[in-house]
Design a binder for this molecule. Structure first.
Ligand code: FES
Length: 107
């Protein structure tokens, strides 16, 4: 379980990058949902936490592939491979990420 930040430091519409290896991107959607995916785009070396959030999708800042935050799957080219998704919880107002590898549930 990896601590990210307090929920108030991650307002709706914002993202946070966690400097794990590999890095993780955490998103707080406008609907109030929290999602975590691998931060590095599966196409080339771009940070998805720098992308644009649109509902449950994030647009890669480099070549505009869209990834579904719920599944990690790209919904358009040029990305073809999914990124891993990770479970997010909030305890006492603090956001945590549970790595898929730790839970044996890689997407
Ligand atoms: S690096 Fe993300 S779409 Fe190319």
């Amino acid at each position: 379980m990896i601590p990210v930040c307090s929920l108030e430091d991650l307002p709706k519409g914002e993202s946070a990058r966690v400097a794990t290896n590999p890095p993780i991107a955490v998103f707080h959607t406008d609907d109030g949902d929290l999602y975590a995916i691998d931060d590095t785009c599966s196409h080339q070396d771009a940070s998805l936490s720098d992308g644009w959030l649109e509902g449950c999708l994030v647009e890669c800042p480099l070549h505009a592939a869209l990834f579904d935050l719920r599944t990690g799957r790209p919904t358009c080219l040029p990305a073809r491979r999914p990124v891993r998704t990770h479970r997010v919880t909030v305890d006492d107002g603090f956001v945590h990420v549970h790595l898929a590898a730790e839970e044996g549930s890689a997407a």
